[in-house]
Design a protein around this ligand. Structure first.
Ligand SMILES: Cc1cc2nc3c(=O)[nH]c(=O)nc-3n(C[C@H](O)[C@H](O)[C@H](O)COP(=O)(O)OP(=O)(O)OC[C@H]3O[C@@H](n4cnc5c(N)ncnc54)[C@H](O)[C@@H]3O)c2cc1C
Ligand code: SF4
Length: 334
C-alpha cells in the first residue's frame, strides 16, 4: 500500500487526479483519501477496505469555518468534528449541528474525525465489517446476512431486499435538517449537491452509497442562514449514554409565530438507510399549533412507510417518541 501526503492548496488537483485513477469511489476503491482515518483505518484492519494507494488529505488547507456573505456558513472538509461543534458560529447559530456532533463517538474520536469523513462514514452493520459473511454492500450479489439475522440496530426506512443498513452518522442528520449543500471538486470541475440528493437509497446497488465519483474530493459544506426566530434540537436515543450509535435520533428546527408553527424541518437518524428528511412530518406540523396531538400525528406520518425486520420493530415507536420529544423541546424553548 502506498501513502501520499498532501499539504498545499495546489495539491488539491493532485488529490483529485490520484483519486480518479480508481475504478470506483465506492466500496472496493483502489485509491482512498485519508482524513481523520477513524473509519478508513478500522476497515483496512478488518480487510473490508483494501486500497492500493492512500492519499492523506488531512493537512490540506480545507480546515476553516467561515461566515458567508449570505449570512450562512462555510465549513471546510477537514475541519475536525470537535472544532466544528465548539466553533462560536455553529454553537450560536446552528445548535442542532453542535449537539449532533457532540452526541457522536467519543472526545478522542471527535478530535480526529473530519467533516468530509463523517459525511462518508460507513454503516456499522456487523456483517459489512465481517468478510466471512454475506453482504451485498461489501460484495455485490453475495446476499444480505442481516435480513433474517442480527438486525436490531439497522434501518426501517428506505430499506430494500438487498440491504437494510442504517446510516450511522449523527452529523449527517443535523446537516439534513439544516439543508446543507456539499461542495465537490472532481475531474470535471466543481459542483454542488444538496444533502438530500447526496446520499442514495440502497435499491439493488447498496455498494453505491453517495453520488461521489472516482477522484471527487469534498472541499466544503455550506449552510444557509438560520431560519429567523427558529430553535433547534438534536435528540439521540441509544443503548448507553455515550460512545454509542443512535437507535433513533431526531434533528428538528422549529419557528413558532403567533401560536402556530410557521417553519419546520425534520430529519431522523438511526432508522433510515440514509439520513432521513421527513417532509411528511413537516407537512403535518406547519401552520399547526405546537401541541402533543399535532406532534403525535407528525411522528406517525414520519414512520408511516417503515418496514421493520425481525428484530427492529421497536424502532417504529422509539423513533416516534424521539421525534415527539424533540419537537416538544424545540417548541417549548420558542
Ligand atoms: C468506536 C467508534 C464510535 C463511533 N461513534 C459514532 C457516533 O456515535 N456517531 C457518529 O456520527 N459517528 C461515530 N463514529 C464514526 C466517526 O464519526 C467517523 O469514523 C468519522 O466521522 C469519520 O471521519 P474521518 O475524518 O476519520 O474519516 P476517514 O476515516 O478519514 O474517511 C472516511 C471515508 O471518507 C473518505 N473521505 C474523507 N474525507 C474526504 C473528502 N474530503 N473527500 C472525499 N472523500 C473523503 C475516505 O476516503 C473514507 O472512505 C464512531 C467511530 C468509531 C471508531
Ligand atoms: S444490511 Fe447491507 S451492509 Fe448489512 S449485511 Fe445486508 S447488505 Fe450488508
Amino acid at each position: 500500500m502506498e501513502l501520499f501526503q498532501l499539504t498545499r492548496a495546489r495539491d488539491v488537483r493532485d488529490a483529485i487526479e490520484a483519486g480518479a485513477a480508481s475504478r470506483t469511489a465506492q466500496q472496493g476503491a483502489e485509491v482512498r483519501f485519508l482524513a481523520g482515518g477513524t473509519t478508513l483505518l478500522d476497515l483496512m484492519k478488518l480487510n473490508v477496505e483494501r486500497p492500493a494507494r492512500v492519499v492523506d488529505i488531512s493537512r490540506l488547507p480545507l480546515n476553516s469555518v467561515e461566515a458567508s456573505a449570505d449570512g450562512g456558513v462555510k465549513i471546510g472538509a477537514t475541519v475536525r468534528n470537535a472544532d466544528l461543534a465548539h466553533h462560536p458560529l455553529i454553537r450560536d447559530a446552528y445548535p442542532v449541528l453542535s449537539q449532533a456532533l457532540l452526541a457522536g463517538a467519543s472526545a478522542q474520536l471527535r478530535n480526529m474525525a473530519t467533516t468530509g469523513g463523517n459525511l462518508l462514514q460507513r454503516t456499522r452493520c456487523v456483517y459489512f465489517r465481517d468478510t466471512a459473511m454475506a453482504c451485498n454492500k461489501r460484495e455485490p450479489g453475495s446476499g444480505c446476512a442481516a435480513i433474517g439475522g442480527f438486525n436490531r440496530t439497522l434501518a426501517i426506512l428506505g430499506v430494500s431486499d438487498a440491504c437494510i443498513a442504517s446510516n450511522p452518522s449523527d452529523m449527517n442528520v443535523a446537516l439534513t435538517a439544516l439543508e446543507a449543500t456539499i461542495h465537490i471538486a472532481g475531474t470535471r470541475g466543481e459542483r454542488q449537491v444538496a444533502i438530500d440528493e447526496f446520499f442514495l437509497l440502497p435499491g439493488t446497488t447498496p455498494q453505491r452509497e453517495t453520488v461521489v465519483e472516482p477522484g471527487d474530493l469534498i472541499t466544503h459544506v455550506t449552510l444557509p442562514p438560520p431560519a429567523s426566530g427558529s430553535r433547534s434540537v438534536y435528540l439521540k436515543l441509544r443503548d448507553r449514554a455515550s460512545y454509542e450509535f443512535a437507535l433513533a435520533s431526531a434533528a428538528v428546527i422549529v419557528t413558532v409565530a403567533d401560536g402556530r408553527i410557521s417553519h419546520v424541518r425534520v430529519a431522523l437518524g438511526g432508522v433510515g438507510t440514509k439520513p432521513w428528511r421527513s417532509r411528511e412530518a413537516e407537512a403535518a406540523l406547519v401552520s399547526q399549533a405546537p401541541d402533543a396531538a399535532v406532534f403525535a400525528r407528525a411522528a406517525a406520518a414520519a414512520l408511516a412507510d417503515a418496514r421493520p425486520q425481525s428484530q427492529n420493530g421497536f424502532k417504529v415507536e422509539l423513533a416516534q417518541r424521539c421525534l415527539v420529544h424533540a419537537l416538544k423541546l424545540a417548541s417549548a424553548a420558542a
